[in-house]
Ligand binder design. Structure first.
Ligand SMILES: Cc1cn(CCC(=O)O)c2ccccc12
Length: 158
């Protein structure tokens, strides 16, 4: 069974994330979307809320499982017996950091990293930019799932 992990904060999940997750779900038997627990980073949604959103918007793929982890991703991969990581690359600016992480992870654990180029229609997306737009009254329809847009408006505009 070919399994991969798609790690991230997903605070919240965007259509850029779903582009990669959906394409990975067609390449592998199982995709584990792993939400990073980072207590040092202030997040808009709780880990449980992020997991709930991801489970709802990835249900249609049928072979996506959502989980959470803290600490080193390669330790999680070892515990879960997942041999590879899938990362989405949005722009050349992503590559430098992701290359270093891929080399480190492989050197530490033998876990491979596979890169997928995000579609041009979503390559400009990030959770931070989306939150900023909603916070100042902008419209993010088509950039995030409808459910996420509703939750963003509720959380950021009360
Ligand atoms: C493009 C992209 C960035 N990330 C990390 C996002 C984050 O850390 O929230 C992803 C996670 C899964 C699929 C695609 C992506």
């Amino acid at each position: 069974m070919r399994r991969v992990v798609c790690p991230g904060s997903f605070d919240p999940v965007t259509n850029g994330h779903l582009d990669i997750i959906g394409r990975a779900s067609r390449q592998y038997d199982e995709v584990v979307v792993a939400v990073l627990i980072n207590i040092e980073k202030k997040s808009l949604f709780t880990v449980e809320e992020r997991i709930q959103m991801l489970q709802t918007v990835t249900k249609e793929y049928g072979n996506v499982r959502v989980d959470k982890f803290h600490g080193l991703l390669v330790d999680y991969c070892r515990q879960q017996e997942i041999p590879a990581i899938v990362k989405g690359l949005r722009a050349v600016s992503d590559f430098d950091y992701e290359l270093q992480m891929a080399q480190l992870n492989y050197r530490m654990s033998g876990v491979e990293t596979l890169f997928m180029a995000t579609g041009p229609e979503v390559s400009f997306l990030s959770s931070s930019r989306i939150k900023e737009i909603v916070k100042y009254g902008g419209n993010v329809a088509g950039l995030v799932p409808d459910l996420v847009q509703e939750l963003l408006v509720e959380r950021l505009r009360g």
